[in-house]
Design a protein around this ligand. Structure first.
Ligand code: VOV
Length: 248
C-alpha cells in the first residue's frame, strides 16, 4: 500500500502578484503618486521590522514579461497574519493602481523522506530554521506552482514509499549541486490552492535559475511525475529603488 509521507509545516505563505495600471498611475497627481509610493515604502519598512524580530519574512520583486509587474511574497506564523497583510495592502493607496494577476496560498513544507531511523527532525535546529526561513535578498526570483502527476502508470501517489524516497534522494542530489547558487523554498498547498506545491527559487545569477530547472527536468521525479504551472521570473526591488521604479 502506498503510504503518505509525513510533512513538517512552518510559516504560512502568500505570493501576491499584481500588474500596475500605468495609465491610471500617470493620470494621478504628483501628490497622489508620492503619497502612494511613501505608503508602500513604509509598509515594506514595517515588514522589515517583523523580519528583524524573526517573526516573518518577505520578498518584493519586479516581474518580467506581461504576466505581472510585481510580486510580494510574505511568510508569517499564522494564516490570520497573512490575511491582515493582504487586507492592509489592498486598502493602500498604491493598490488602487494595481490589478490582481495571480496569487498563491501555501505553507512552508519539509517532508520526512530523508529522515533516518531514530531521528527526530523536528528537534534539529537546522530543520526548524528552514521551516521559518529568512528569504534571501538575492537579485533574482523564480516562482511557479507544480503538481505530481496522477495519470495511468505515471501516478506518484500509487508508488511505494521507498520508491518515492529514492526518487526524492536523486532530486536532492541534483539540488545540492546548486548550493550557494540557488536557494529553494518549497511550500505545500494541498487544500489551500490549485496546485500541490509552490517552488520559489532565489539566485544572484539569473542563469542559474534556468540551469537548475533544466537539469531537474531529467530527474525522474520531474521528468515522469512533474507538472508545472506558470513561471514568474523577476528582479529584486529594494525599498530605496521603488521611487525610481514608479517614476513616470
Ligand atoms: C535548490 C536546490 C534544491 C534542493 C537541495 C532540493 C532538495 C529537496 C529535498 C531534500 C526534498 C525532500 C525533503 C524536503 O525537504 O521536503 C525536496 C522536496 C521537494 N522539492 Fe526540492 N530541492 C531543490 C530544488 C527544487 C526545485 C528546483 C524544485 C522544482 C522541480 C522542478 O523540476 O522544477 C523542487 C521541488 C520539490 C518538491 C515539489 C518537493 C516536495 C515533494 C514531495 O513529494 O514531498 N525542488 N527537495
Amino acid at each position: 500500500m502506498p503510504e503518505a509521507v509525513e510533512t513538517m509545516d512552518g510559516w504560512y505563505c502568500l505570493h501576491d502578484l499584481r500588474t500596475i495600471d500605468w495609465a491610471k498611475w500617470k493620470q494621478a497627481t504628483e501628490q497622489e503618486r508620492e503619497q502612494a509610493t511613501k505608503e508602500l515604502q513604509s509598509m515594506l519598512e514595517s515588514w522589515e521590522e517583523v523580519a528583524e524580530a524573526r517573526e516573518g519574512s518577505h520578498a518584493f520583486y519586479s516581474i518580467m514579461g506581461q504576466k505581472a509587474d510585481i510580486l510580494l511574497m510574505i511568510l508569517r506564523p499564522t494564516m490570520q497574519e497573512l490575511g491582515e497583510i493582504e487586507l492592509t495592502f489592498n486598502k493602500s493607496k498604491f493598490a488602487e493602481f494595481t490589478k490582481p494577476s495571480y496569487s498563491y496560498v501555501s505553507v512552508v513544507e519539509l517532508s520526512k523522506y530523508m529522515t533516518k531511523e531514530g531521528e527526530v527532525p523536528e528537534e534539529n535546529p537546522g530543520v526548524r530554521a528552514r521551516l521559518k526561513p529568512k528569504l534571501p535578498d538575492w537579485e533574482h526570483i523564480c516562482f511557479y506552482p507544480m503538481d505530481k502527476r496522477r495519470e495511468g502508470n505515471d501516478n506518484w501517489y500509487m508508488l511505494p514509499f521507498d520508491e518515492r524516497r529514492q526518487l526524492m534522494y536523486e532530486h536532492s542530489f541534483t539540488g545540492r549541486k546548486y548550493a550557494g547558487q540557488v536557494k529553494q523554498i518549497i511550500t505545500g498547498s494541498m487544500g489551500f490552492d490549485d496546485w500541490e506545491w509552490s517552488v520559489t527559487l532565489f539566485a544572484k545569477d539569473v542563469l542559474q535559475l534556468k540551469k537548475i530547472v533544466y537539469e531537474m527536468r531529467f530527474d525522474v521525479v520531474s521528468a515522469r511525475y512533474g507538472e508545472f504551472g506558470k513561471f514568474y521570473v523577476g528582479n529584486i526591488l529594494p525599498i530605496e529603488k521603488i521611487p525610481a521604479y514608479l517614476h513616470v
